[in-house]
Design a protein around this ligand. Structure first.
Ligand code: PEP
Ligand code: MG
Length: 859
């Protein structure tokens, strides 16, 4: 029994309070059972086999079976269950009723009755035949009932298939069960399956051999599971199943409906039929919760009114329940708050915030693409921004379908309930804006055919959807579905807010939000962002009434003419900024100066150009010519960002003035505002010098005109590799550097953020990239540029504030990188702020734990 196979680990050991059993030698189930034994719970006799012992069994060895069997009562039936280090890694299914044979059957017919004895034996023969002898399941599963006739049928089937009678020696049965379970674990498919769940290649399996409590006899008898929470919601509620034998129910029959613990139409509840057993169970469950520091599902048997605890497993739970359970455990003083924060997966926490979407959407979709923003939405198909607005005006929810979106579509996106595009990846325009607006969004749905001219969408199976048809997009799975499937609603969650407050107490990196509109800013505040890290101002020019003025500015022939038109945009921009300052009062707001190429504001269709010629009172040919003149082969690398600021400086002048005037106005009403102004797409120091000189001049002019003072912070967006490399010479001219990793990734890889979606899955599937670098920061390549930028920038300007404002800012791995690299804050879409807060807190807690481990190792 205690023959050692490795150091001090015996190959099998009776589970007692002091037996040498550990997670890493015998697995989680064995360890948990030992904890239950230590709690003095009524656990049947159990023997644990170590990883080493099971590995040896798989290779033809066998522990001292007589010693194992000797631990149990002579006529006991046994069961064997897997015990892997992490329950998520799975393992072979449990085998019950080992020891059943013809002789035991005769005995049990006397004590339990023929039907019950036959059911026990039958079940054992079935699982032995299929899982141990590996016979064809069809020959054993298709029996009519559970009675004696079925039993002789399966015993004959066994003999016919193997040319041997069913084994009668309990020790031989046990040996075969142990061997089959050990070998199943070492099989290739089982190994691949668990490796996919994160198990190391050499993960071991332990086994536990337990005496079975029959759950048959006098008085209340039966078996079931019980937990103290609802696993769907995490709310306190006793849930579970109980199969009562004594109430005449066929407790062991395959597919028999469970009798719930609470009263139902079919009979009394367990609480009514056996109140003492029920009270004991509840007490045991709450003791387990307290002492195992986890919400546990109790597996139990009731034998003549007495409770036996067979096992305890962590309650499987939804994301929402995971949050509530962690918070409740901390509030009850069972675990510290830091541990509650650590127990919730930040990625899953997004599900708590968004509509979880369509259940099983992936398998049911008519097409799909990249899931760019979680949540599901149903609406009528529309193909233009104008149609989306018209639909919203009629009060009809709509899904905006575009080949790709441009700033011109933003109004339509505001009006839609969801967005679907053919092209684009995680950082394409549609994805970024969708996340900003909290709009379910699928991009890169290239397996569907988009015919925006004829306003139809062809699904993978050839089904054609036309304008007005109802579809559902599930931004959590990327699936597009016909009609309106049933949806799971997300709940507003107080527990999640509590958890985030605890997370904030631990966090050591700032979290801001990318917010362009007052609605975004409200969301950012609601999710406790510590400011706005990026306000993309170009979207403001697409507001109704502004687009035409903007176009007029583009058509102005002279600088003076341009300035005159911009003067009409000034008060509108001032109102925009003032609204943001007001909402974010007391928190920093970082405004990025105009970034996109101007031609994005010009109409491409003939109708649009005709309308513009009417609005501006110039010939259509002039409009067409100007549109053609401004066209660029590669606009992402063309006249945009600071290049516009240098060549058409009036736009930045106007924006700076609007920011400063709004600063003074907002400061009068509340706390003083210190605006942050950010220059996009910088690649050379001289660009910063030129823009800075003009902005300083505007600041002086506004101060002089208003006779009031203010300060502001000027910063540079590092979005080109050159800006990162030359950060040392740029940083003395700037208060902060904000890394725009969307463009920086695009330029580092030389890969269009709008087109990469077409080949990204092929690249990821073939292992060229481990992940979509627009989604998860490429810490090797782009990361090296970030590190260089940080080092060189800080070397020349030690007080430099450093941040990231690309979409990566909301991704837990990227936050880890930024925190390590010494960034002050990350900025991400408002809806990702809670996930970022949680992820950042977990990083801080992990490093505190690491630090204290290092300290105690030194002592
Ligand atoms: C970036 O490039 O990372 C960025 C934040 O700017 P935008 O996405 O607007 O180009
Ligand atoms: Mg950019």
């Amino acid at each position: 029994m205690d023959k050692s196979t490795h150091d001090d680990v015996p190959d099998s050991v009776l589970i007692t309070p002091t037996a040498p059993i550990a997670n890493h030698t015998h697995g989680g189930r064995a360890k948990c059972l030992q904890r239950l034994v230590r709690l003095d719970l009524p656990v049947p006799t159990t023997v644990a086999l170590s990883f080493e012992a099971v590995h040896a069994i798989a290779n033809g060895g066998m522990p001292d079976l007589a010693a194992i069997v000797g631990c149990f009562a002579p006529d006991a039936l046994l069961c064997v269950r897997p015990s892997s280090e992490d329950p998520d890694w799975g393992g072979p299914g449990a085998i019950l009723n080992i020891g059943m044979n013809d002789a035991r059957y005769v005995e049990l017919c006397q004590s339990l009755g023929r039907e019950a004895a036959a059911a026990l034996y039958l079940r054992f023969v079935q699982s032995y035949a299929v899982h141990v002898a590996r016979l064809d399941p069809d020959a054993f599963d298709d029996v009519e009932d559970n009675g004696p006739d079925a039993l002789s049928e399966v015993l004959s089937a066994y003999e016919a298939e193997t040319d041997e009678p069913f084994p009668q020696d309990p020790a031989e049965q046990l040996a075969a069960v142990l061997r089959s379970m050990a070998r199943a674990w070492e099989g290739t498919s089982a190994r691949l399956l668990r490796q996919a769940k994160g198990a190391p290649a050499d993960a071991g399996l332990g086994l536990v051999v337990q005496e079975m409590v029959p759950g048959y006899g006098q008085g209340e008898c039966g078996s079931g599971v019980l937990q103290l929470v609802n696993p769907g919601t995490g709310m306190p509620q006793i849930t579970g199943r109980y199969l009562s034998q004594s109430q005449g129910r066929d407790a062991l029959g395959a597919g028999t409906e469970a009798l719930y613990l609470e009263r139902d139409a079919r009979g009394p509840s367990l609480e009514e039929s056996a109140p003492e057993a029920f009270a004991d169970l509840k007490a045991h469950a709450s003791l387990m919760r307290r002492r195992l520091r986890e919400e546990m599902q109790v597996e139990f048997v009731i034998q003549s009114g007495g409770v036996h605890i067979l096992d305890g497993v962590r309650v499987t739970r939804t994301a929402q329940a995971a949050v509530r359970i962690a918070v409740a455990l901390a509030e009850d003083g069972i675990i510290p708050r830091e541990e509650a924060v650590m127990r919730v997966d930040p990625r899953l926490s997004a599900e708590v915030l968004h509509r979880p979407g369509v259940p099983d959407a992936q398998g049911r979709g008519n097409g799909g693409g990249i899931a760019a923003r979680p949540g599901a939405a149903t609406g009528r198909l529309v193909f233009t921004a104008a149609e989306a607005q018209a639909s919203a005006a009629r009060g009809e929810p709509c899904i905006l379908v575009r080949r790709e979106t441009s700033p011109e579509d933003v109004r339509g996106m505001h009006a839609a309930v969801g967005v679907l595009t053919e092209r684009g990846g995680m950082t394409s325009h549609a994805a970024v804006i969708g996340r900003g607006l909290g709009l379910p969004c699928i991009v890169g749905a290239s397996n569907m055919k988009f015919d925006t001219r004829r306003k139809q969408l062809t699904a993978v199976d050839g089904r054609v959807f036309v304008r007005g048809d109802i579809i559902t997009i599930d931004g959590s799975s990327g699936a597009v579905l016909a009609g309106q499937p049933e949806m799971l609603e997300a709940a507003e969650d107080g527990a999640f807010q509590t958890l985030l407050t605890w997370a904030d107490d631990q966090r050591d990196i700032g979290i801001r939000a990318n917010a362009d509109t007052p609605e975004d800013a409200e969301t950012a505040r609601k999710f406790n962002a510590q400011g706005i890290g990026l306000c993309r101002t170009e979207h403001m020019f697409f507001e109704p009434g502004r687009l035409t003025v903007m176009r007029e500015m583009i058509f102005a022939e002279t600088s003076k003419g341009r300035a005159a038109v911009l003067a009409r945009l000034l008060p509108m921009q001032r109102d925009d900024f003032q609204a943001l300052f007001r909402i974010m009062e007391g928190l920093p707001v970082c405004i990025r100066l105009f970034d996109p190429p101007l031609h994005e504001f010009l109409p491409t269709s003939k109708t649009g150009q005709r309308e513009l010629s009417e609005a501006l009172g110039i010939p259509v040919s002039d409009v067409t010519r100007r549109v053609e003149e401004m066209e660029e082969y590669n606009p992402m690398l063309g006249l945009r960002g600071v290049r516009l600021g240098v060549t058409v400086p009036e736009i930045y002048d106007m924006q700076a003035r609007a920011i400063f005037e709004a600063t003074l106005d907002a400061s009068k009403e509340g706390e003083p505002v210190v605006p942050e102004i950010m220059i996009p797409l910088v690649s050379a120091k001289r660009e910063v010098e030129l823009v800075k000189a003009r902005i300083d001049a505007v600041a002086l002019a506004v101060k002089a005109e208003r006779g009031e003072d203010f300060t502001y912070r000027l910063g540079v967006m590092v979005e080109t590799p050159r800006a990162a490399l030359r950060a040392g010479e740029i940083s003395p001219h700037t208060a902060f550097l904000s890394f725009g990793t969307n463009d920086l990734t695009q330029m580092t890889y030389g890969m269009s953020r709008d087109d990469a979606g077409r080949f990204m899955s092929a690249y990821v599937n073939q292992g060229v990239f481990p992940e979509d670098p627009f989604h998860v920061l490429d810490t090797d390549g782009v990361g090296e540029l970030l590190k260089l930028g940080v080092q060189r920038g800080r070397a020349e300007h030690p007080d430099l504030t450093l941040s990231i404002c690309g979409e990566h800012g909301g991704n837990p791995e990227s936050i880890a990188f930024c925190r390590e690299a010494g960034f002050d804050y990350v900025s991400c879409s408002p809806f990702r702020v809670p996930v970022a807060r949680l992820a950042a807190a977990q990083l801080a807690i992990s490093s505190q734990i690491g630090d204290s481990r290092k300290k105690s190792a030194k002592l």
